[in-house]
Design a protein around this ligand. Structure first.
Ligand SMILES: *Cc1c(COP(=O)(O)O)cnc(C)c1O
Length: 396
């Protein structure tokens, strides 16, 4: 998934334009910026690429989630359904918003299991946070149907799936609001950055105001702008956005290379009868940043994971044992520990997060390994990798 592999002259040219002619702040200062507006430029590009009416850049993917929740009206005491397998930011942003995370299981898509989602709905549920993990997607039709039936908002975290699609719709554009991350290891990078996309004008307006201290961004005199709401600062700088402009232009080429490289490895692994693959609800829309395969048992998966390490097959992730991505390994979340008292601590009927039944998620995650697909692999690199994989799986 790393866009940093393709960083070069194009990024430098965009950044230099800001340094030479523009201004680092994304708003105002019309007199000194010579009409260089990189955040605006990238937002327009995102709208076009993602087929949405609105896009707004912020300082990170985590910021995008925080801004999106607030802009959607998800806040104190609201329950939001999140997957057990995700990045911690999904939960952190929710808790920071004063909302209550309710964990639903993942299935063999590595994303939310629709039946589990439906079983977790209560009168306090406000939204479903669908996380499109590792380049692919959840069963979106089923999840959208549940959201519609129960009148819930859908926030689509496409931080790991930009460039993918589901039945022709870009991932991120399917829910009420979509979030992207442009941190240094994501498919495209701004260094640090994030974005939200939506077709809802109110969500967009709330998002741009909330991410900039409530400024309404009307007129061109920042000092005279109104502040209809309170906000915080989640602004991106025009330097980061400049980098993103160059990277976003490369997105479709990156995805094409990922798909080509992934197909070769998947083809090689499919010879081994013990391997099954992650289910892709729309295989054509997979953006192919990872190849995820499953083994028959947890014991065999642990063994293979070790053999992959020993054989120098790098970029393989056994998420089940990884402390960034799976609920089992998050004591700080299970115990809701902050450096200060959190809004969630004011609820006296909180679920006991240390006692969640995650057996259905465990059954998938304990058997899944994801291999990162690189952009700069040569043909020889891929062949060598395939040879090593053969040794790992045949024990030769
Ligand atoms: C990376 C990531 C985030 C957070 O993005 P940052 O830009 O690093 O804050 C959120 N959700 C998922 C699924 C991610 O992978």
């Amino acid at each position: 998934m790393p866009g940093f592999e393709w960083m070069g002259a194009e990024e430098k040219a965009e950044i230099n334009q800001v340094l030479d002619q523009g201004f680092i702040f994304r708003y105002n200062f019309d007199g000194v910026r010579n009409n260089v507006w990189k955040a605006r430029e990238m937002e327009a590009m995102l709208c076009e690429r993602m087929q949405t009416q609105y896009a707004h850049l912020v300082s990170s993917g985590t910021g995008a989630l925080s801004v999106a929740y607030h802009a959607m009206g998800v806040g104190a005491g609201d329950e939001v359904i999140v997957p057990t397998f995700t990045f911690v930011a999904s939960v952190e942003a929710l808790v920071a918003a004063g909302a209550i995370p309710v964990f639903a299981d993942v299935d063999d898509t590595l994303c939310l299991n629709p039946a589990s989602v439906e079983s977790k709905i209560t009168p306090r549920t406000k939204a479903i946070n669908v996380v499109q993990m590792c380049g692919s997607m959840a069963d979106m039709d089923a999840i959208l149907a549940i959201a519609k039936k129960h009148n819930l908002l859908v926030i689509e975290d496409a931080c790991q799936a930009i460039g993918g699609s589901y039945k022709g719709k870009p991932l991120g554009s399917i829910g009420d609001v979509g979030c992207f991350s442009f941190d240094s290891v994501k498919t495209i990078t701004c260094g640090e950055g994030g974005g939200i996309i939506t077709n809802n004008e109110i969500i967009y307006r709330n998002a741009h105001m909330y991410s900039d201290h409530g400024h309404d961004h009307i007129g061109n005199d920042r000092g005279a702008e109104g502040h209809p709401i309170m906000g915080l600062n989640y602004r991106i700088s025009d330097l980061n956005a400049a980098m993103g402009v160059a990277q976003l232009r490369k997105l479709d080429d990156m995805v094409a290379v990922q798909r080509k490289n992934k197909a070769k490895l998947k083809n090689a692994l499919s010879q081994f009868s013990e391997i099954s693959f992650r289910r892709l609800p729309d295989p054509e829309g997979d953006q192919a940043s990872f190849l995820t395969f499953m083994l028959p048992t947890e014991a065999r998966t642990v063994e293979i994971n070790q053999k992959l390490k020993d054989s120098g097959v790098d970029g393989c992730f056994y998420w089940y044992a990884n402390n960034w991505h799976y609920i089992k390994n998050w004591p700080q979340i299970q115990n809701m520990v902050g450096a200060a008292k959190l809004p969630i601590h004011l609820n006296d009927d909180l679920p006991d997060y240390t006692q969640l039944d995650t057996s259905a998620s465990d059954a998938v995650m304990s058997r899944s390994i994801s291999m990162l697909i690189k952009l700069n692999w040569t043909e020889a690199d891929i062949e060598q990798r395939i040879e090593k994989l053969k040794q790992v799986f045949t024990g030769a």
